[in-house]
Design a protein around this ligand. Structure first.
Ligand code: THG
Length: 262
């Protein structure tokens, strides 16, 4: 599983405050903690706290890059913010994200090609979030078709069905899980799959329990990557144990420690 740490997001109060006050120690500590906990990459999202995300995303990236060379995922719905970040990123960038809207694809695919970035494509259209599995698959297929036409390597494309909170969209959860399996057969070579995990538990009690239960189910459907909180120890232990059951790790008495040292 490719793990993208979700915690550098202006949506979190401490990070929003650090962005406004330009307190880079808070950001650097958050970056290092997530990496120590097992993150392979870090999501970077200015959130709504930022008045000038085009500049603030650069400040976030430069602050993180002073202490770590982990790959960064540029999380913004605004192509201008993503382009600004791409100009200062050192390691392979991840663009998070494009929708299936042709206008967005037309801007973000050429940027992904120019900067040799990985690209997350989310199953959302200009009309909004789909209401069922078939609509999600149709949007994902549109993204794959456009990426393929433009010569973007499909192994670098991560398709996201868009996870919704279980307390408002309970009837859609199984369809979202099935998308993870079906996205993989849209093309050969297969695109990869990703979810923003914590969406599933927003507004609920027992957030951590809901996150880790959904993650293990998504892993059984073939999930390749997740944006999640790597400092949630029980979540990470569930993730590692599911990889064992899926034959992606070799069992040994100390498999949890062995994975963490990888
Ligand atoms: N897909 C993709 N990118 C994404 C998402 C996705 N990026 C953003 C988001 N979804 C994933 N990241 C988060 C980060 C935080 C939370 C949820 C998803 C979260 N935050 C607390 C909340 O809203 O309750 C903040 C509470 C606090 O202030 O402590 O839940 O789906 N491609």
């Amino acid at each position: 599983m490719f793990i993208i740490g979700e915690l550098i997001n202006g949506m979190y109060q401490n990070i929003g405050k650090a962005i406004v006050e330009k307190n880079k120690e808070v950001i650097q500590k958050c970056a290092l903690e997530q990496i120590a906990a097992g993150a392979d990459a870090l999501d970077v999202n200015c959130g709504t706290a930022s008045k000038d995300p085009v500049l603030d995303i650069r400040w976030l990236i430069e602050s993180i890059q002073e202490v770590s060379d982990a790959p960064l995922s540029l999380d913004s719905s605004k192509p201008k913010v993503i382009e600004s970040g791409l100009q200062v990123i050192k390691n392979t960038p991840i663009i998070n994200s494009t929708t299936a809207d042709p206008e967005k694809l037309g801007v973000l695919l050429p940027l992904a090609i120019k900067y040799k970035a990985k690209l997350i494509g989310i199953a959302i259209s200009a009309k909004g979030i789909p209401q069922n599995k078939d609509q999600r698959i149709e949007l994902a297929a549109n993204i794959v078709a456009t990426a393929s036409e433009m010569g973007f390597p499909l192994e670098d494309l991560y398709l996201d069905p868009i996870v919704l909170p279980i307390n408002v969209a309970q009837a859609q959860i199984m369809g979202i899980l099935e998308c993870i399996k079906e996205f993989k057969i849209i093309s050969d070579p297969s695109p990869k799959t990703i979810v923003g995990l914590s969406n599933v538990s927003q507004g609920t009690n027992f957030r951590s329990l809901i996150n880790r239960t959904f993650l293990v189910m998504a892993q059984a459907f073939g999930l390749d990557a997740a944006i999640l909180d790597p400092t949630d120890l029980q979540l990470m232990e569930g993730l590692i144990t599911a990889e064992l059951a899926l034959n992606k790790q070799i069992y040994c008495g100390s498999y949890l420690d062995a994975y963490k040292k990888k």
